[in-house]
Design a protein around this ligand. Structure first.
Ligand code: PMP
Ligand code: GLU
Length: 392
């Protein structure tokens, strides 16, 4: 059997495969500290679960409009207005099966062959794969730790060509935890307007910001950038709803219609009962979101303090999301030649699971997700410290 060229060039998602491997080993009794997927360890808040259960019991179990129920799209518009000062109509919102699906819809809707998408590295590993699936070309721009891994206009200017169609801006960022300031966003917005490119603003970690830092949506800066921005957001991270598979976009009606058409043939609507839960997530009490954020901030402070006291490794203090992005070049030698080798030894000899970041565009880094219990974080950091002291 001959596979398509496209399929032959798609890699498996290593975040998902490493996470699955860690879950399996734990089920078999391994005592792991697994800093793996970006998946909150918290349960979905009760009132959200209840809304989906009630929807199921009352027979809300049929197809809904393909781009999502009007109720949910209205609730999303109200959220965008309240939290982000953005005015959208329900027909500009498309609800999909997770933000991953939203992003796939975007690339399928806007890219022609040879169209380029600028992706700042380090990047969440699925972006280049999704661009490739849609037939576009990824232009990877390496950001630097000195700039907090945030994209600068100088870097953008070097990457820009006449084929540049869009730019991905992920703030708060996976894997660095970087959060763009208003001034930084203004410069990027100015560049996007001048060159007439689309900004794909992945804001899925917007609820998870620390030390009083504010998340700002680039679309809110001016009418001009609003028109060029496609917002991506979802319920997985802030509401601990990874398995519900619900994400959404907010965009011009033209792009929303295109995405809606594609979705209507590829998947139809996202799960009906889950959508009922999502309405309650957005319109109900937000205390649980804040409680989870506070807990993540405590973990962030602890894990960063531990990591910065371990010799030979270095990292920036993350301002958002729930990842620590660690430079392990100081640990590389003739036997441990890459972050992948370090990850292998950590797993085999110290029962610690980390994500090596070659697939994120930074082969000398590892990512630690701190969306796990404080107990596991403490255990894992003790073991990483032991690894460094025993091997170096
Ligand atoms: N964007 C980023 C930056 C992510 O880390 C993730 C993690 N899964 C997603 C989008 C997609 O999330 P989901 O499909 O679970 O909504
Ligand atoms: N986005 C999360 C991560 O980076 C979940 C896994 C995935 O979808 O990649 O770990």
């Amino acid at each position: 059997m001959k596979l398509s060229e496209m399929a032959l060039n798609v890699k498996e998602s290593s975040t998902l495969s490493i996470t699955a491997m860690a879950k399996q080993l734990s089920e078999q009794g391994a005592d792991l500290a697994a800093f793996t997927a970006g998946e909150p360890d918290f349960d979905t808040p009760e009132h959200i679960k209840k809304a989906a259960i009630d929807a199921t019991n009352s027979g809300f179990t049929k197809y809904t409009p393909s781009s999502g129920t009007v109720d949910l799209r209205k609730a999303i518009c109200a959220k965008l207005k309240k939290d982000n000062s953005l005015s959208y109509e329900p027909n500009q919102i498309v609800v999909s099966n997770g933000a991953k699906h939203s992003l796939s819809n975007i690339f399928l809707s806007i890219l022609n062959k040879n169209d380029e998408v600028i992706i700042p590295a380090p990047f969440w590993l699925s972006y280049p794969e999704m661009v490739h699936i849609a037939g576009g070309k990824s232009i990877i721009v390496h950001t630097s730790s000195e700039n907090g891994f945030k994209l600068t206009v100088t870097e953008l200017e070097k990457a820009y060509t006449k084929n540049t169609k869009a730019l991905i801006l992920n703030s708060p960022n996976n894997p660095t935890g970087a959060v763009y300031s208003k001034e930084e966003l203004e410069q990027i917005a100015e560049f996007a307007i001048k060159n007439d490119i689309i900004v794909i603003a992945d804001e899925i970690y917007e609820n998870l910001v620390y030390s009083g830092i504010q998340h700002i949506s680039i679309a809110s800066l001016s009418e001009e950038i609003f028109k060029r921005t496609i917002i991506v957001n979802g319920f997985s991270k802030g509401y601990a709803m990874t398995g519900w598979r619900l994400g959404y976009t907010a965009s011009s009606k033209e792009i929303a219609d295109a995405m809606g058409n594609i979705q209507s043939h590829m998947t139809s609507n996202p799960n009906s009962m889950a959508q009922k839960g999502a309405v309650v997530a957005l319109t109900g009490d937000q205390a649980s979101v804040e409680n989870m954020r506070v807990e993540f901030e405590k973990r962030r402070n602890y894990i960063y303090d531990r990591a910065k006291n371990i010799p030979l490794i270095s990292c920036n203090k993350p301002d958002g999301a729930f990842y620590l992005f660690i430079d392990v070049s100081g640990l590389l030698n003739d036997s441990l030649k890459s972050a992948k080798d370090i990850a292998d030894v950590l797993l085999k000899e110290y029962s610690v699971v980390v994500v090596p970041c070659a697939d994120f565009g930074f082969p000398n880094h590892i990512r630690l997700s701190y969306a796990i219990s404080m107990e596991d974080i403490t255990k894992g950091m003790d073991r990483i410290e032991k690894f460094v002291s025993e091997k170096y």
